[in-house]
Design a binder for this molecule. Structure first.
Ligand SMILES: NC(=O)c1ccc[n+]([C@@H]2O[C@H](COP(=O)([O-])OP(=O)(O)OC[C@H]3O[C@@H](n4cnc5c(N)ncnc54)[C@H](OP(=O)(O)O)[C@@H]3O)[C@@H](O)[C@H]2O)c1
Length: 256
């Protein structure tokens, strides 16, 4: 096993939400850096495209079509990843998102629950399924993809913000629980990134300007830039880092 810098040679990684956007960029970058990768999302066809890109690097790619919120999914995902990769050193809990905006007082509780299920509960269940095997490796890294929505108030997205904030707290708690077990647990916190998730904000120039004007760098982040942060957290470059937030937001949360 190569343990220098950001090399992932010999590492086995599971990336959820890898059919597009940030998860896809992470899966491909990890493979380029030497990892074998298991990829998860609902769209099997899109996953096959990503798998071709991963395999073109020479890496093994295990394709696992699944809805992470389905009752039987988390254990099956972890079992299939471990069977196909021969173990698990890196888990990237990236599948997530938000499909609606509403003030809390008119929000349907079913919408709240759906968002919590995807952005928090599915991750709890994936962690419970994966951590025993990761503890066995004594050299593992968990990356929970949260959001700046979880570090500040998120008006009209209180459901999403609350889930992402809880994920930051969960990251810290589990990191301390496992600090002497060889498992590091960190949160990756993107700001506004140009992916399908934020496409609706680019449909109207006024809305897009309002969003980007608040970003000190005055631009959208790219999925590749978030993948570089994930690589740092996955690799030995961050070997003394656990329970922390890595914020990649063009300066957004540095605003007064
Ligand atoms: N883009 C941003 O500005 C931004 C900012 C902060 C945080 N984030 C976070 O970063 C992560 C990735 O976001 P993104 O921008 O790359 O979003 P995206 O382009 O919408 O991609 C989301 C990925 O998650 C998968 N996914 C969604 N629901 C799923 C489910 N129930 N089961 C399995 N897979 C599921 C999607 O694949 P399928 O549809 O094929 O299932 C897709 O691969 C999310 O956790 C998001 O909250 C994004």
């Amino acid at each position: 096993m190569d343990t220098r810098g950001t090399s992932l040679t010999g590492r086995r990684a599971l990336v959820t939400g890898a059919s597009r956007g940030i998860g896809r960029a992470i899966a491909v970058l990890f493979a380029q850096e030497g990892a074998d990768v298991a990829i998860v999302a609902r769209n099997a066809e899109a996953l096959d495209e990503v798998a071709a890109e991963v395999r073109a690097t020479g890496a093994v790619c295990v394709v696992i079509p699944a809805d992470v919120t389905a009752d039987d999914a988390p254990q099956r995902i972890v079992d299939e990843a471990i069977a196909g990769l021969g173990g698990l050193d890196i888990l990237v809990n990236n599948a997530g998102g938000n499909s609606f905006m509403a003030p809390l007082h008119t929000m349907r509780y079913s919408g709240w629950q759906k968002t919590m299920n995807l952005n928090l509960d599915s991750i709890v269940r994936l962690l419970q399924a994966a951590l025993p095997a990761m503890i066995e490796t004594r050299h593992a890294s968990v990356i929970n993809v949260s959001s700046v929505a979880g570090t500040n108030g998120s008006p009209f997205m209180s459901h999403y913000g609350a889930a992402k904030a809880a994920l930051i707290s969960l990251t810290r708690s589990v990191a301390v629980e496992l600090a002497t077990e060889g498992v590091r647990v960190n949160a990756l916190i993107p700001g506004w990134i140009d992916t399908d998730l934020t496409g609706f904000l680019r449909e109207d120039d006024g809305v897009e300007h309002a969003v980007i004007d608040r970003v000190p760098m005055k631009r959208w982040g790219k999925a590749d830039e978030i993948a570089q942060g994930a690589l740092f957290l996955a690799s030995d470059a961050s070997s003394f880092m656990t329970g922390q937030n890595l914020v990649l937001d063009g300066g957004l949360t540095a605003n007064p």
